[in-house]
Design a protein around this ligand. Structure first.
Ligand SMILES: *Cc1c(COP(=O)(O)O)cnc(C)c1O
Length: 343
């Protein structure tokens, strides 16, 4: 099966599995798991942040970050298609008592002027705006990158209003690779950062949450509150260390494969959200034109040919490349698409 549903379907590598089997462990509640500590220290060093905490998922990292930066009754500015706003089961209101203020970005990118306009005045009438959430790369916009300059300008605007900045960098390594800018620089202006280990990096479970020492202490308390405390978590943290050591540089291959896939699907008659050469990272969106074929029928036909994608929404499908997909797989998927479409 050529599985293009998400990069979360990527499997742990043999090196990860060996590292997991042999990991030194202890009870992380007592801060006695040397492998968890090693992963947290390694990540903090790599990102140039004071501290890091290992959590179960990028969602959990976003939850503990937002709860650490805000108080009930306040408001948070986010891009309208952001993962936090759309795909994290409403934790902003459910756990945080927060009012989301959404802003519509261009390919996921919002501007300082939009942030400026979304900040509530300080009058007692309004929920105080205390946090700006950014997403890099932006999932629903098609893996688009936020540049260093954009991140800095947005953060400066947020700071000028006394707000904190949280960066949902679930795929920050993809952004770093695509732009040739280090993750340290790309995250320098954020008070906290989420990094997912289970997307392109291939781990079976886990994410890292980074920030100042005080922030991480607060995040550790919230992690406990949402049931995220861990014991001998070195077994899974070991995969994270291998991911940082061996899975980052190869992301360039996923980006090249995404571009190749976009080109092959365009040749087959699908409409891409952006031309193949403008695909920024490992995510593409394609629409099956109504004149070509019924979109559900195309997806079902493609599945029978061994290519798996999620059901279309408004005839549009998302495809994501990852380390278990080779250039040969992309060519095979392209040929299968043409067969299904009879072209
Ligand atoms: C996948 C994703 C998350 C959540 O990751 P999980 O580890 O699955 O919880 C958060 N933010 C973005 C931008 C994502 O793409």
């Amino acid at each position: 099966m050529i599985n293009l549903r998400s990069d979360t379907v990527s499997k742990p590598t043999d090196i990860m599995r060996r590292a997991m089997a042999h990991a030194e462990v202890g009870d992380d509640y007592y801060r006695e798991d040397p492998t968890v500590i090693a992963l947290e220290e390694k990540a903090a060093e790599l990102f140039g942040k004071e501290a890091a905490i290992f959590v179960f998922s990028a969602t959990m990292s976003n939850v503990v970050s937002v709860l650490s930066h805000t108080r009930r009754g306040q408001s948070v500015i986010l891009e309208e298609l952001s993962h936090i706003y759309n795909n994290e089961a409403g934790f902003l209101s459910a756990f945080g008592g927060l009012t989301p203020r959404t802003v519509k970005g261009e390919k996921g990118r919002i501007t300082p002027d939009q942030v400026e306009a979304a900040v509530f005045p300080t009058a007692v009438l309004h929920p105080q705006t205390s946090l700006l959430c950014l997403e890099n790369t932006h999932n629903h916009a098609g893996g688009t990158c936020l540049s260093l300059d954009q991140t800095r300008a947005l953060s400066d605007t947020a700071r000028s209003h006394g707000m904190k900045v949280h960066l949902d960098g679930a795929r920050i390594f993809n952004s770093s690779m695509a732009q040739g800018v280090s993750v340290r620089e790309l995250t320098a202006d954020a008070d906290s950062v989420t990094v997912c280990l289970t997307k392109g990096l291939g781990c079976p479970v886990g994410a890292i949450c980074l920030g100042s020492g005080d922030f991480v202490e607060e995040a550790r308390r919230w992690r406990q509150a949402v049931g995220g405390g861990m014991r001998q978590a070195g077994v899974i943290a070991a995969a994270g260390i291998v991911a940082l050591d061996t899975m980052v540089d190869r992301l360039a291959e996923d980006h090249a494969n995404a571009r190749l896939l976009a080109a092959r699907l365009a040749e087959a008659g699908l409409e891409l959200d952006c031309p193949p050469e403008e695909v920024e990272t490992n995510i593409i969106f394609a629409t099956i034109p109504s004149g070509l074929m019924d979109a559900e029928a195309f997806v079902e036909g493609w599945a029978r040919e061994g290519v798996s994608v999620n059901p279309p929404k408004d005839r549009r499908i998302r495809l994501i490349t990852h380390h278990n997909i080779s250039a040969d797989d992309i060519e095979a998927a392209g040929a299968a698409a043409r067969r299904v479409l009879g072209r």
